[in-house]
Design a protein around this ligand. Structure first.
Ligand code: 1MF
Length: 176
């Protein structure tokens, strides 16, 4: 993943647990990169190893850290210059979800090595079903955090359940 993601992991750990903890996480993960370049590509294993090391050192389930990361990411990309991109992606929670693939396509125009997930949104009665396709495994809790934080930005509260349909995860969102 692009270094922007690893920088966000770093920022989250530093903010919540302190600079010393970050150094310990980095060492425990066997990551000898001191400064992640935002536009540089790193093996996904770097990100997964950092999360696994943080989970062990902080005695916190990886799923909880990933969910926290989702919240952090939404504010982080805003501060890192992607605010306009995020704002252009919709003026309501539901329209934003429908724009996610376009948003990633726009990022991928400048950064062709992006490996974006794909989302498809359908309405099922009261609920919104968000179909999630990704080459990456195990990041559902991160997406839950992202969705919670996005909903918050639009002044909505949603409950989110992760289900499985055929070969991919489906997030079932109910507002209120
Ligand atoms: O392949 C990648 O490097 C990659 C990086 C980040 C792919 C996707 C993403 C964003 N995504 C992270 C979880 C990935 C889960 C998966 O692959 O299954 C979050 C996607 C998302 C979901 C819900 C709501 C909002 C979301 O993100 C919005 C977004 C997405 C991408 C960027 C910014 C906001 C982005 C911008 C610039 C990037 C990379 C991603 O790269 C840079 C950064 C700085 C300079 C040059 C390139």
């Amino acid at each position: 993943m692009y270094g922007l993601v690893n920088r966000a992991v770093e920022g989250l750990v530093r903010k919540e647990f302190g600079d010393d903890t970050w150094e310990r996480v980095r060492r425990e993960a066997g990551v000898d990169i001191e400064v992640f370049g935002r536009m540089e590509r790193y093996d996904d294993a770097v990100t997964y190893d950092l999360v696994a090391a943080a989970s062990e050192l902080l005695d916190t389930p990886a799923s909880e850290l990933l969910r926290g990361f989702g919240h952090y990411w939404v504010n982080y990309v805003g501060e890192e210059g992607y605010g306009p991109l995020m704002e252009a992606a919709g003026d309501s929670f539901e329209s934003f979800l429908n724009e996610l693939d376009n948003l990633h396509a726009r990022v991928a125009m400048s950064y062709p090595d992006l490996q974006p997930p794909s989302f498809r949104c359908t309405r099922v009665g009261e609920a919104l079903h968000l179909h999630y396709h990704s080459d990456r495994r195990g990041l559902e809790p991160m997406v839950v955090g992202l969705l919670e934080a996005l909903a918050e930005r639009f002044g909505e509260t949603v409950s989110i359940e992760v289900t499985e349909q055929e070969d991919h995860p489906v997030f079932v969102l109910v507002s209120g």
